[in-house]
Design a protein around this ligand. Structure first.
Ligand code: ADP
Ligand code: MG
Length: 495
């Protein structure tokens, strides 16, 4: 496939993502990681590296890194090293951050996702464990800044890609897929507003066939919308600079959502500026194969494994299977509806279409819909049996959205669902006219009342048949299934 060009330039993007690991305590201490505590109440002496303290590796953080590596087909390093990254910043009073440099715990791997109908694959370079720094607070102070060290020592997994992405759309799709993976396996809560999942986008442009251009790194993108806007702005800006004859300087930039622009924050440091060296306080991190296997055996089914199963077990197209495994809740909703209805493709269509739209519109989650998967299944079964017209399903869904409390839990049985949905269909008169017996009576009446059309049909005029279908649909007030009306009418006329 030829690259998508913008004004003759190819866009090149690589991502560095910081996923905050969902441990209760810090990466090297027992201080809590909870968000939103009073400033400076949750950093202990170890987090601040006060004299006389020693860091101790949090096993839960390592296990989460292993889970991530397994989820994206990486190599888990049998032995990895913690290093000190030295720099000065007010939110880092100890003067260095403990990170991994030469030998990270997770190496290689791929993240696969769909961009429209195209399957994409982004290669990972590595994922390494590190601690977060504190936070500078500028808003609440005039002429001063506050420092909150609560976040110091919070465990992070920094996930680094190869520069494999070629558009802002692809970059956002990658970030969404990565977000899905870390939340699915439960190693990160994924809360972007609270900073649990922060992306840095490295962006450069080049003429096709040229070596990679100089990149600028957009820091701390904390929403998918801003991510797209920031990259699009940055690409236009870089192309403008080059076309005006200026060279791009490597830099770290920030996106300002108010102006929609990126702004240089500092020229980029080189790795050499950080004077990385192995942390003398921490021994190498040794991960035995048995540990990896123990972690693997406790992991839930991964999205891509589940998607493959949906293809095999329910005969779904790969696209459906991938879409339905966007979240655990969506996948579970589908599977319950498919099982209870015996109509996986119908269930998939309604879940990917109508229900997803509603979920997005009202910011809901598939674990808390006003309609249970079994209730959907009952409606779908009626469609499959020809007892409910397709748009009747939409009316049933509408009814639940208007009338029902947010369910959640979905503890109903199939019998209960049948009763509830049956009552709705009865109240709306949706399933009476289409019950097989009644439809037969209606069609017989239409045939009896339209002898001219019947005669014309028998003389080979298709139009006359359509007129009879129209009469029958009208008599059912549009509630019948047109396919079923067609079929029954042909049978009666032939008989
Ligand atoms: P650093 O050590 O300065 O962080 P890396 O080589 O680790 O630099 O790369 C950081 C990120 O930048 C990676 O995600 C990588 O894919 C991406 N990257 C590197 N070069 C380019 C480039 N020319 N254009 C876009 N992204 C790039
Ligand atoms: Mg890097």
């Amino acid at each position: 496939m030829s690259p998508r060009l913008i004004q003759g330039f190819e866009v090149v993007i690589g991502f560095e993502t910081h996923a905050q690991l969902s441990t209760r305590s810090k990466i090297f201490s027992r201080a809590p990681t909870a968000f939103g505590a009073e400033p400076n109440t949750q950093a202990c002496a170890v987090d601040l590296a006060l004299p006389g303290t020693l860091p101790v590796m949090n096993k839960g953080a390592v296990e989460r890194a292993i889970e991530f590596g397994l989820a994206v087909n990486s190599t888990i390093a049998a032995q990895s090293i913690f290093a000190r990254k030295n720099y000065f910043y007010p939110d880092l009073p100890k003067g260095y951050q403990i990170s991994q440099y030469e030998i990270p715990v997770v190496q290689g791997g791929t993240v696969e996702f769909y961009l429209g109908d195209d399957k994409k694959s982004v290669r990972l370079v590595r994922a390494h464990l590190e601690e977060d720094a504190g936070k500078s607070l500028h808003e609440d102070f005039v002429g001063q800044s506050g420092i909150d060290l609560n976040r110091a020592g919070t465990p992070l997994l920094e996930i680094v890609t190869e520069p494999d992405m070629r558009s802002s759309d692809e970059a956002v799709a990658y970030a969404k897929e990565l977000h899905k993976i870390v939340t699915w396996i439960g190693i990160c809560d994924g809360n972007m507003q609270e900073g649990s999942f922060r992306c840095d986008a490295n962006v450069s442009v080049r003429k096709p066939g040229d070596p990679l251009g100089t990149r600028r790194e957009i820091k701390n993108l904390n929403s998918f919308k801003f991510m797209q806007q920031a990259i699009d702005y940055e690409v236009r800006w870089q192309i403008g600079e080059i076309e005006d004859g200026r060279a791009i300087q490597q830099a770290t930039v920030l996106f300002d959502p108010d102006t929609g622009e990126t702004r240089a924050m500092r020229t980029k440091e080189d790795a050499a500026d950080y004077r990385y060296f192995p942390d003398p306080d921490l021994p190498p991190l040794v991960i035995a194969p048995e540990w990896v296997e123990a972690v693997r055996s406790q992991m839930a089914e991964l999205p891509r494994v589940m998607a493959a199963r949906f293809v095999g077990e329910y005969g779904l197209p790969e696209y459906d299977a991938t879409t339905l495994t966007q979240s655990k809740a969506m996948a579970a909703y589908f599977e319950a509806a498919a099982k209870a209805s015996g109509q996986p493709k119908l269930a998939s269509n309604w879940i990917m279409g109508d229900l997803s739209r509603r979920v997005n519109d009202d910011g809901r989650d598939f674990s808390r819909l006003p309609m249970s998967p079994r209730q959907l299944a009952v409606a779908l079964r009626k469609v499959a049996e020809g007892k409910l017209f397709k748009n009747g399903v939409g009316q049933v869904i509408d009814h639940f959205w208007r009338e029902a409390e947010v369910a959640g839990g979905y503890g109903d049985t199939l019998e209960e669902a049948e009763q509830v949905v049956g009552a709705i269909l009865a109240a709306k008169g949706l399933d009476q006219a289409t019950s097989a017996g009644e439809l037969e009576r209606i069609i017989e009446a239409v045939i009896a009342a339209n002898p001219d059309n019947v005669a014309q049909f028998k003389a080979g005029k298709d139009k006359a048949f359509n007129a009879l279908v129209g009469q029958a649909m009208k008599a059912t007030q549009g509630k019948a299934n047109p396919g079923q009306v067609n079929e029954l009418l042909r049978k009666k006329l032939a008989g």
